[in-house]
Design a protein around this ligand. Sequence first.
Ligand code: AMO
Length: 363
Amino acid sequence: MDGTVQASPKAQRGVELIPTRAEVLSVAGVPLPLGVADKVGAELDTRLNHRVLDLRKPAVRAIFELRTAILEGLRESFLSRGFLEVETPKLLRQGAEGGATMFAVDYFDSAAYLAQSPQLYKQMLMSAGFERVFEIAPAFRAEPSDTVRHLTEFSSVDGEIAYIESAEDVRQVLELVVADTIATARTRLERWGNPYAEKLPVAHPPFPRIPFTECEELLGRPGAERDLATEDEKRLGEVLVDRFGNPFYFLVDFPTSVKVSTFYAHRFDDRPQFVDYFDLDYRGLELASGGRREHRLEPLTANIRAAGVDPASLEGYLEAFRFGMPPHGGWGFGLDRFVTVLADLPNIRESRLFPRDRYRLTP
Ligand code: AMO
């Protein structure tokens, strides 16, 4: 477009361009299925059905600037702490997180599964001597529940560290990564003039740690020994944020019965009915879970059998434990959930460009 610039008190920046010549590069169809300058928000489903138009709105773009800034913060933090970035296979012969949420795919003349987590591979890399690895990659879960916290495709930020003594060593790294990431993201967003720069919480490590059994008492169900339902998590979040004044907190030391399908979890030597595991929550939403792994072949094989899995199906994984495996641990952290809470979005679907859920495979 050509034209002349003219002072105009009505214009936002005090000047406007009076066009003398315009060239049409691409014609837009009419009517638009979604108003791009609408003040009134359309239903989320309509927005997602026409996501490209939705993404043109500055308020929506701002979420993806935040996401970019978080990715920058994560990578910077991991690299400064001596981690190697890895990419593990997403097409697998066998899953790690239990059968119910695995997506099966046709793989030539046999079956394969989409990775639910890089779990087995990040552990195998500990035996390869990599010592500190991280991965930021898609993970797939056949989540039948249609909730505002679950997707069928999400981005998992995984870390794994060798030569730890307990899950506490893992928590100490994770909380620093979270704090670094928010600080880096804030600087980047300030530079961009992004509105989230001022809204990001400050993460103050160390985050509070609360044993799982204490949480059950707070919820009025001592000894229940089952995983927390969404409503429990939310109620607990209110109580704990109120008590500690920190929106981030760890639930630690899970009863074995709660993590029963997690065959790779390490039990405490002096309390075998508990695993050295944790969740990291933010105001009642689980952001991450992780812990110390069982690195000894025999108890690991026994746990695999107890979880109803045939050890022979995990031969490639188990081999890594036969030729020297250091004690290790790590976590999986949901990037989409992190963006959702930092941007205070009502629905996790808004944190991804083209979200996937039980009912949505397009656009
Ligand atoms: P877990 O299954 O708890 O642990 O997953 C880790 C984190 O990933 C995120 N997450 C999801 N986000 C969106 N939609 C989903 N359907 C979904 N499922 C999980 C959550 C969760 O806290 N292998 C272990 C991690 C480890 O021990 O290292 C694992 O995958 O934020």
